[in-house]
Write a protein of this length. Structure first.
Length: 256
């Protein structure tokens, strides 16, 4: 997409934002919540449904999850076709996500984000008595690249996740160590010890990276807090976006 075209779209949105706001709702619905390149795949397709009562322009690109860069400045190993399309009300469209052939890690997954930026197109001009704000809304979908030779995770791969409680930088945290080559997408984390239940503060992407760690901050900063038989419950999200329930006993941590 040319810089000139992006600039025109940006001016259109900016002028719309000068109006008063009545609503802002995402109406572009992708058929899946994630995409996974596996077994050497070079291309994946994703259908989109415009559930709005008005037409939209959809701009699509892949980045590392920044969300702050202009699409034409993003450097990525994946790209999207078409980069821009128009969808009529209640219409079904499609985007194709393709690899550029740029080298990626061969011993573990890589992760990207597919951005679906919708801009409403309203046929009628706003009336003075009905001011409104037309916002461009961005939906992000995780895209995983699984290198050739790395099999899809089996039913027991969650055994590669190890959790511990730790006092860190003046607060209690839950640390997840991931000894697998896959990104572990976690949800509904809860730590309990029979007397209290603690829900960690949400992390930006809720993922533990391959052969790495993710730290989840617990909403408690009492260094003398006693831990008696702590347990963890969590959900692990699979390639299809389905979640499975898991529970673990945790070792009581050493008090600082």
């Amino acid at each position: 997409m040319s810089r000139c075209r992006i600039a025109r779209l940006a001016r259109w949105v900016l002028l719309s934002m000068l109006l008063c706001c009545t609503r802002a709702e995402a109406g572009l619905m992708p058929e899946r919540t994630r995409l996974v390149f596996s077994q050497g795949e070079r291309e994946l397709s994703l259908r989109l449904a415009n559930t709005n009562p008005h037409a939209v322009v959809v701009q699509s690109w892949v980045d590392q999850g920044e969300g702050s860069q202009a699409p034409d400045t993003v450097q990525s190993a994946l790209f999207v076709l078409p980069a821009v399309q128009r969808l009529s009300p209640q219409a079904i469209g499609q985007v194709r996500v393709l690899t550029t052939g740029e080298p990626l890690p061969t011993d573990r997954e890589s992760v990207f984000w597919l951005n679906l930026y919708e801009i409403p197109l309203l046929a009628d001009a706003p009336q003075a008595s009905e001011p409104r704000l037309l916002l461009g809304l961005n939906t992000q979908i995780k895209v995983f690249h699984r290198p050739p030779g790395l099999a899809d995770p089996g039913p027991q791969w969650s055994d590669a996740l190890h959790f511990r409680l730790q006092w860190q930088a003046g607060q209690w945290v839950l640390v997840c160590r991931n000894d697998s080559p896959y990104f572990a997408s976690l949800a509904s984390l809860r730590v309990s010890d029979g007397r209290r239940e603690l829900v960690p503060r949400a992390a930006p992407d809720q993922m533990a990276p391959p052969y790495g760690e993710q730290v989840f901050v617990l909403p408690v900063d009492d260094a003398t807090l006693p831990w008696q038989q702590p347990r963890l419950s969590f959900q692990l999200i699979d390639d299809d976006g389905r979640s499975s329930e898991h529970a673990r006993s945790l070792m009581p941590p050493n008090l600082p």
